[in-house]
Design a protein around this ligand. Structure first.
Ligand code: NDP
Length: 246
């Protein structure tokens, strides 16, 4: 697998699946950039990653920061940054927290997509990977904002494919499975729905979805463009080289 000559941006690349994706893309030969939203987390990620990748301070909900970041073109955009909060039934959460989830998980991905697309279309090609979730297609108690935002992101994936596939843009929705990250720590602590009951030992390591994301950036994934993919699909796992699920 080689991504030599490609430049990639991973949003929320300072920890979790984003950090593993930075590593996987760099390992495949891409020049990788990532965002972190605080100076502390950016410093930490820089210490962890060393010279492998270039970090940028950017809160994905800050439109001017995004405009500055996307002055430069990227061949690959991974819309990874997301929040799970607010966790709670609809009568127990605030409209402000609900709106922040949608701004972070959906509107920011739209902004990044629009800014990246301008360069990609001018260049005649590019890859956008929207990190989806089973929650895009199935409601979970206490996750109304997260489910609605991810469902919206899945429709954004289909919209980009419909409008720009003919101009060489490959877009994928990718559900990474249940992965051992801080997001799952928050989910377990909530105790609110069946996902919160999944023991940590049953979670996948972040490098599994990261390897699949890197594979989606290669031409081997061309026939799958425009689709919502799930890491649990046996064919996809085999193509990526991931072990079958028990
Ligand atoms: P984490 O909570 O571990 O990491 C989320 C990342 O997003 C962090 O880097 C965080 O930054 C960043 N982020 C959040 N909001 C912003 C913002 N406004 N601006 C910039 N960065 C931001 O989550 P995961 O690694 O688990 O999740 C990665 C993706 O995978 C998400 O899209 C998630 O919805 C999806 N996913 C995860 C699953 C799982 O089981 N883990 C299951 C299904 C989907 P900071 O460190 O500053 O908070």
């Amino acid at each position: 697998m080689t991504l030599h000559g490609k430049t990639a941006l991973v949003t929320g690349g300072n920890r979790g699946i984003g950090l593993a994706t930075v590593r996987a893309l760099a390992g495949a030969g891409a020049t990788v950039h990532f965002t972190a939203r605080s100076a502390e987390s950016l410093d930490l990620a820089r210490q962890v990653l060393g010279p492998t990748a270039t970090g940028h301070l950017a809160d994905m909900t800050d439109a001017p920061a995004l405009a500055a970041l996307f002055q430069q073109p990227f061949d690959i955009l991974v819309n990874n940054a997301a929040i799970i909060a607010p966790i709670g039934r609809i009568l127990d959460i605030s409209p402000q927290d609900w709106a922040l989830n949608i701004t972070t998980n959906l509107t920011a991905a739209f902004h990044a997509t629009q800014l990246a697309l301008r360069h990609m279309v001018a260049k005649g090609g590019g890859t956008i990977i929207n990190i989806s979730s089973g929650a895009a297609h199935r409601p979970q108690e206490g996750w109304s904002a997260y489910c609605a935002g991810k469902a919206g992101l899945a429709m954004l994936t289909r919209s980009v494919h419909m409008e720009y596939a003919a101009e060489g843009i490959r877009v994928f929705g990718f559900a990474p499975g249940v992965v051992d990250t801080d997001m799952q720590v928050a989910i377990r602590a909530s105790g609110i729905n069946p996902v919160s009951q999944i023991p940590r030992t049953a979670l996948a390591p972040a490098d599994h979805p990261a390897r699949a994301i890197a594979w989606l950036c290669t031409a081997a994934a061309d026939p799958l463009a425009g689709q919502e993919l799930d890491i649990r699909a046996p064919d996809l796992r085999a193509a990526v080289g991931l072990p079958p699920l028990a």
